[in-house]
Ligand binder design. Structure first.
Ligand code: HPA
Length: 289
């Protein structure tokens, strides 16, 4: 690619993200500093947003629309406990056929809206046998095993630098607040390493054994590309996985999407209590910004 082509590719992405952000601002007047991405089976949390303005993804210029059952596809802007938030009720995945820039486009838009802290949530398979089905786990780090990187290609310096650090991709500060709040609510928030696969097939037991050897505690098909882009833009990240099923071969039983959705719904109350109490604390935690 020539220098001029590179420039036009990144100019175009930036302009498309600006157009989406401008549309959202024209519909919802809140000024969110905190963003939340709700994964499979976890979308109901969006119903707890107060003074909510819900915008279907299909109405937002250039926004990708999910094809997966359980991913509603609405952006909900409003407040949680008085904190302005922007909530993605559903996300798109690379396995649906979307490019890396489409998968991470919403994260770019959240950054342009002014988001400084991002909570990314997902459904994941539990590799670590200490986790039970339904456990909520704070992601401490990730292994990107998808074979793609969401910032490959021409770099847009208005978003961030060409090379950037991923040592604290998942903010230790935000994780500490989440652990503390879970303890206050009487349960232990586990921590673990999330390995991302491309999907959409679930893994084989041999793959899961290999991932355990690599140091992974959880496996899923999302999150890492959004987190890479968030870190590119200097956004602090808290990652929360819900162990919707034990990973392949951990138990001698097949995995299915309905089980994944059902577990998400089962822990919805606990998940909602954690997020509702945590969001004001994250927003007040200036040291993390
Ligand atoms: N593997 C990959 N992705 C997942 C799983 C799993 O077992 N459960 C929920 N998302």
């Amino acid at each position: 690619m020539t220098q001029t082509n590179n420039q036009s590719v990144t100019d175009d992405l930036h302009a498309r993200a600006l157009a989406a952000a401008a549309y959202i601002r024209s519909v919802a007047q809140h000024q969110p500093r905190l963003g939340l991405v709700l994964g499979s089976g976890l979308g109901d949390f969006a119903d707890h947003v107060q003074k909510a303005v819900a915008i279907p993804y299909s109405e937002i210029p250039n926004f990708p629309v999910s094809t997966v059952p359980g991913h509603s596809g609405r952006l909900v802007v409003g407040e949680i406990e008085g904190v302005p938030v922007v909530v993605m009720q559903g996300r798109v995945h690379a396995y649906e056929g979307y490019s890396m820039s489409e998968v991470t486009f919403p994260t770019r838009v959240l950054g342009l809206l002014g988001v400084k802290q991002l909570i990314v949530t997902n459904a994941a398979g539990g590799i670590n046998p200490d986790y039970g089905q339904g456990a909520i786990v704070a992601i401490s780090d990730h292994i990107n095993f998808t074979g793609r990187n969401s910032v490959a290609g021409p770099n847009e310096p208005r978003f961030g630098p060409r090379f950037f650090d991923m040592t604290h991709a998942y903010s230790p500060d935000l994780r500490r607040l989440a652990r503390k709040e879970a303890a206050t609510q009487g349960w232990k928030l586990e921590e673990g390493v999330y390995i991302a696969v491309f999907g959409p097939s679930y893994e084989t037991p041999a793959e899961i054994r290999a991932f355990r050897t690599l140091g992974a505690d959880l496996v899923g098909m999302s999150t890492v590309h959004e987190v890479i882009v968030a870190r590119h833009m200097g956004i602090d990240v808290l990652g929360l996985s819900v162990v919707t099923n034990m990973a392949a071969g951990v138990l001698d039983q097949p995995i299915n999407h309905e089980e994944v959705m059902e577990t998400g719904r089962r822990i919805a109350g606990q998940f909602t209590s954690l997020l509702t109490a945590l969001i004001p604390q994250l927003a007040n935690n200036t040291s993390a910004c």
